[in-house]
Design a protein around this ligand. Structure first.
Ligand code: HAM
Length: 428
C-alpha cells in the first residue's frame, strides 16, 4: 500500500501559498508589537513537564499535552502554550533584566484537541507579555495593542468585541457574595468557563451537581444567573461595587475608550495562573464563534521559579482564528509570489545569460529562471500559473542587442526595454 500523503491529524502542511498567508500575518503582528516596544524571544519546543503542573490547569495538562519520557528518563512535553516558558526565562534572569520588560514570540504549540473549525493540534500563537507593571496601565497597553493589531489588518470595531472580566471580582462573587465553599467555588468557576459551549439546561444541571444543599437553599443558582446576565458593570449588585477589583475593572473600561469593549462576567480563562483582569476578543462573525485571542494578569508565575514575583500581563493570539477572521471579513489582501520576474530562455542561453540574470538580482529583483528547455509559450504559461507578474525573454538576439522583451502577464502588454528600463518598470 502506498504511503499516505496527509500530514499528521490536526496539523498542516504549508505550501508556498499557505506560507505566504502565514508570512503576511506574522509580519503584520511583528510590525505592530514592535511599534509598541516589544522585543522578540524564542525557546525550545520541548519543556520539562513540571513547569505546567503547577498552574496551567488540568484540562490542558491531563487531556491535551503531548508528553513522553525521553531516553534519559525525563518527563517532557511539547509546549502547549508559551506562558510558563517565558516566565521560566524571565525568572532565570530576574535580576539582570530591566523592567518594564516587553517580550513577544510567535511559537508553534501542540495540544491534543479534537480538530474542528478554529481548533487544531498544532497552531502558531502570537504571545505578547509585559513584566514589571502592577497597575492596570499594563492591561490598557495590551488591549490597545490588540486593537492596533486589528486595525493593522484593516479591521474595524464592528467586526470584533473585547470582553473583559476580573478574576478577583469573580472570587469576590463566588466566595463572598454567593458564600460558596472553596470546593464549590472552584468547580463553579470552571463551569462558568464552559458556559458558552453548553446549553442553559445542562449548565443548570451541572450547577446543581456541584452545589451543596445549603448553597441551593440560599438561592445561589438564581443569584449566579442574574450576575452572569449582567451587560455592564453597573448591572452588578451594589454589594460588589465597592470592591477594589470592581473599581480597577471600571477604571480600565473607562480608560480604554473602546466602543467595542464590554464587561463580560462569563470570561474566566481556563488557566489557573491568572490572578487579575482577564480578557478575550471575539469575532462577531457567527461562524467563528470562539475567542480569537485571550490573556490577562498572572502575577504569580515567575515567582514559582524560586525568585521574587514579577507582576505580569500578557495575551496569546492564534493564527487559525486570525485566518478565519480575515477570511470572514474579506480582509485578506492579494499575496503575490516572492518572484518579481520570470526569465524565459529561448535556446540554450543559460550560461551566457548568467551575468545579466545576476545583474537583475543585484538590482534588487527576485528572479526565477525557467530551466525546462520547453517552448516559449509553455514557459510563459508556467510564469502565469505561478502568478508571477512579469516575464522577460532572453535569447541569442536579445543578448546581442541588449534589448529585452518584458511581458506584463497581468495585462498582456509587451515592451522592448534595456536592462535599466526593465528594472525600473518592474520596480514601479
Ligand atoms: P489560550 O486561550 O489557550 O491562551 O490561547 C490563546 C489563543 O490561541 C486562543 O484564543 C486561540 O486563538 C488560540 N488557540 C488556542 N488553542 C488553539 C488550538 N488548539 N488551535 C488553534 N488555535 C488555538 C494561552 O495559551 C495563554 N498562554 C495566553 C497568554 C499569554 N496569557 C498570558 N500570556
Amino acid at each position: 500500500m502506498a504511503l499516505s500523503t496527509k500530514p499528521y491529524k490536526g496539523a498542516r502542511d504549508f505550501y508556498p501559498e499557505d506560507k505566504r498567508l502565514q508570512k503576511y500575518m506574522f509580519r503584520t503582528w511583528r510590525q505592530a508589537v514592535e511599534r509598541f516596544g516589544y522585543e522578540e524571544y524564542d525557546a525550545p519546543i520541548l519543556e520539562p513537564l513540571d513547569i505546567y503542573l503547577a498552574k496551567t490547569g488540568s484540562e490542558i495538562v491531563d487531556e491535551q499535552t503531548y508528553s513522553f519520557t525521553d531516553r534519559g528518563k525525563r518527563e517532557v512535553v511539547i509546549r502547549p502554550e508559551m506562558t510558563p516558558t517565558v516566565s521560566r526565562m524571565v525568572a532565570a534572569r530576574r535580576q539582570e533584566l530591566s523592567y518594564p520588560l516587553r517580550l513577544y514570540s510567535i511559537p508553534n504549540l501542540w495540544r491534543y484537541e479534537r480538530p474542528q473549525r478554529g481548533r487544531l493540534r498544532e497552531h502558531w500563537q502570537l504571545n505578547v507579555d509585559i513584566f514589571g507593571v502592577s497597575s492596570c496601565n499594563a492591561e490598557m497597553e495590551l488591549i490597545s495593542l490588540a486593537d492596533y493589531i486589528f486595525k493593522s489588518f484593516g479591521a474595524d470595531h464592528s467586526m470584533y468585541q473585547v470582553r473583559i472580566n476580573h478574576r478577583g471580582l469573580v472570587n469576590e462573587i463566588l466566595n463572598k457574595y454567593l458564600a460558596l465553599s472553596e470546593q464549590s467555588a472552584y468547580h463553579v468557576g470552571k463551569l462558568i468557563d464552559r458556559k458558552s459551549k453548553i446549553d442553559q439546561s445542562s449548565f443548570l444541571s451541572q450547577l446543581d451537581e456541584i452545589l451543596l444543599d445549603k448553597e441551593k437553599l440560599a438561592n445561589v443558582p438564581e443569584k449566579l444567573l442574574r450576575i452572569l446576565s449582567a451587560k455592564s458593570l453597573s448591572d452588578l449588585p451594589d454589594d460588589l461595587k465597592t470592591s477594589k477589583d470592581y473599581q480597577e475593572l471600571a477604571e480600565l473600561l473607562d480608560g480604554l475608550k473602546l466602543d467595542n469593549a464590554i464587561y463580560c462576567p462569563e470570561v474566566m480563562r481556563g488557566f489557573d495562573y491568572y490572578t487579575g483582569i482577564v480578557f478575550e476578543v471575539f469575532d462577531n462573525d457567527p461562524d467563528n464563534n470562539r475567542a480569537m485571542m485571550g490573556g490577562g494578569r498572572y502575577d504569580g508565575l515567575v515567582g514559582l521559579f524560586g525568585v521574587d514575583p514579577v507582576p505580569t500581563v500578557g495575551f496569546g493570539w492564534g493564527d487559525v482564528t486570525l485566518a478565519n477572521f480575515l477570511n470572514a471579513h474579506h480582509l485578506l489582501p492579494e499575496l503575490p509570489p516572492e518572484s518579481d520576474v520570470y526569465v524565459c530562455l529561448v535556446g540554450d542561453q543559460y550560461s551566457l545569460a548568467q551575468p545579466l540574470i545576476m545583474s537583475l538580482r543585484r538590482a534588487g529583483l527576485n528572479v526565477s529562471v525557467d530551466l525546462s528547455g520547453k517552448r516559449l509559450g509553455d514557459q510563459l504559461k508556467t510564469a502565469d500559473k505561478k502568478s508571477i507578474r512579469y516575464a522577460v525573454i532572453i535569447g541569442e538576439e536579445e543578448l546581442k542587442s541588449g534589448n529585452f522583451k518584458l511581458k506584463d502577464l497581468q495585462n498582456g502588454q509587451e515592451n522592448e526595454l534595456t536592462i535599466k528600463e526593465l528594472v525600473a518598470t518592474i520596480k514601479k
